[in-house]
Design a protein around this ligand. Structure first.
Ligand code: NAP
Length: 334
């Protein structure tokens, strides 16, 4: 780096609840944070940053919004609040990094610009895995009854007393399906094999519900939709293919929840020296947001394969900003 290069106190990578909350705290601590908001990772169909909430129509479980709020609107509000205190927003992706234990850290954008920072907060989240069906993203984005998060969306009135389907055979699928049994008439698990991957206890919890039914050896080939009384396109059925016979059949459902795993957005740091856990998420040091590299912190779903909620991501974003502030203070960098 040359003498004229500016070294930022805090650079935040990612613009979901974790990134913006880190920015609000860092900005209010006069750390002049810069947020690299990135280019959308959820789907090529959505060219907006903002993480998984960009695919969430109504957020009803975030405290402070008694009437609910749409995911994209909520992210705009987070951004506005961060910018109110002086956060700078950069509409760029960080594509590679060179972390330096003696600092500063070097980041490179998708336009090949170089950025230096004493502390970096990784908050790029994780993306839900999708089935890859043609209308899946459109229905998910427009509130058409397709979702990758039952805990976020399952309690919406549109799903009440309807047959619902959950794809997947892991713990997430069991958890989502069990949750949905409270609202749905029937909750189908659609699983591609004849044996569930989920732990026995999670299986039992779902299978013990009177309205649970498993469609074994089945994959979703297509999603059928209809227009509801408000003129909105909504799911009406899924076309199932029996993996043993190849036979196709329609299953009428009022909602489809895809629970086939998540992938943390860590590609840009894979060779950076950051330690990952056995599932590929950033490994943190105990209850802090510190990674194994001094001055590099992580917040939100990039380091959390368990809770994965907007509110928990925001909470760790706050922690990361406080950790970064203490780190800078201890080294007389603020
Ligand atoms: P997971 O364990 O990887 O399970 C993914 C499921 O989706 C598997 O059953 C897999 O089928 C299926 N699948 C994958 N790709 C598919 C495709 N293209 N089409 C159809 N099905 C597909 O993921 P997870 O359930 O999200 O769990 C992730 C981790 O979090 C696990 O370690 C889990 O134990 C943990 N977790 C724990 C809890 C809890 O304890 N409360 C709750 C949720 C998650 P196959 O089985 O055939 O591979």
């Amino acid at each position: 780096m040359s003498e004229s290069d500016q070294i930022h106190k805090v650079v935040i990578i990612g613009s979901g609840p974790a990134g913006w909350t880190a920015a609000i705290y860092a900005a209010r601590a006069n750390l002049d944070p810069v947020v690299y908001v990135g280019v959308a990772k959820q789907s090529p169909a959505i060219q907006l940053p903002g993480g998984q909430l960009m695919l969430t129509t109504d957020v009803e479980n975030y405290p402070g919004f008694p009437d609910g709020v749409s995911g994209p609107q909520m992210m705009q509000m987070f951004q506005k609040q961060a910018e109110r205190f002086g956060t700078k927003t950069q509409p760029r992706d960080i594509v590679s990094v060179e972390f330096n234990s003696d600092g500063p850290h070097k980041l490179v954008t998708d336009k090949d610009e170089t950025v230096y920072a004493h502390t970096v907060i990784l908050a790029t989240g994780a993306t839900a895995n999708w089935l890859g069906l043609e209308n899946e993203q459109r229905l998910a984005r427009n509130g058409g009854g397709v979702s990758a998060c039952a805990v976020c969306d399952g309690a919406l009135p549109m799903f009440r007393d309807k047959p619902l389907a959950v794809v997947g055979g892991g713990d997430s699928a069991m958890e989502e399906a069990t949750y949905l049994t409270k609202f749905a008439s029937t909750v189908y698990i659609i699983h591609r094999r004849d044996e569930l991957r989920a732990s026995k206890v999670m299986q039992e919890r779902y299978l013990s519900k009177p309205n649970a039914e498993v469609k074994w050896n089945s994959v979703v080939e297509d999603i059928k939709s209809t227009t509801n009384e408000h003129g909105q396109e909504v799911i009406s059925a899924v076309v199932l293919k029996d993996t043993t016979t190849g036979e196709l059949s329609d299953l009428e459902v009022g909602g489809l929840f895809v629970a086939i795993g998540h992938t943390p957005a860590t590609g840009f740091i894979k060779d950076s020296g950051v330690t990952f856990n056995e599932k590929g998420y950033v490994q943190l040091d105990g209850k802090t947001t510190e990674t194994n590299i001094p001055g590099v912190f992580a917040a939100g779903d990039i380091a959390d394969d368990h809770y994965r909620q907007a509110i928990t991501a925001a909470g760790t974003g706050c922690q990361a900003a406080l950790d970064a502030e203490h780190w800078l203070g201890d080294r007389d960098l603020i």
